[in-house]
Ligand binder design. Sequence first.
Ligand SMILES: [Zn+2]
Ligand SMILES: [Zn+2]
Length: 260
Amino acid sequence: MEILFLGTGAFDYQPGLEGQYRDKFDCDCRRSSSVLVDGRLMIDCGDYALNSLAIAGVKKKQIADLLITHTHRDHCRPDLIEKLAAAVPGGLNVWCHESAAAFFPESAHYAVHSLRCGEPEQIGGFSVSALYANHRTERTEERPVHYVLEKGGKKIFYGCDGAWFLTPTFYALMHAGFSLFVFDGTVGDYDGDFRICEHNSIPMVRKLIVSMKPLGVFADNCKIYISHLAPSLHAPHRETSRKLAAEGILVAHDGLVETV
Ligand SMILES: [Zn+2]
Ligand SMILES: [Zn+2]
């Protein structure tokens, strides 16, 4: 599988996105978090997702399925999904947890499909499972989710947004042998930030990795990433990247392509 990080930021966008970096990627200018897998399955479509697709040279019409993790606007903008869907011949399939389905307005261009945790779906050649995330939105009935994608014997985990893992999710990750694992890395390398109630800090990711490794969560040579970094809470990308590489943690940036 090939994963393209379209955006790797949290909600505190840098001014450069409207200025010098409007039409290009830069590792220190992070757009709304989103990924594209094998050029056809996208996860999340928030504030800057269409901008990222254009910069990456991805044609909207090649996207057949869109998975939504939750309805915060840095992950889900129905008006932008409408624009994306209008360019997809035959329409776009939007997939979300059943608790988020009512969020979407009626559309002539996309159909909304509900997912349930613990009930994998076959979506465009991928087996897709939703797992509950420790995160919340203002819509109290909504249950944000992480996603597991499986194809050709490889597994990818995408966990933005969420802090730690809820117990049923943690059990589902055990012995899974992921080839690529994406942690929420919103908060930087320090303690004392209130956002850890629903996002990870780097010290939390460290603790998770050492606890999860012996439980078979990661396959040998698993590529372990953090994404959804809040620029205001992190050192510059190259500094963070250099420091964490020594610990086996990779730092995603907008436009990065990884293959497993
Ligand atoms: Zn977010
Ligand atoms: Zn969120």
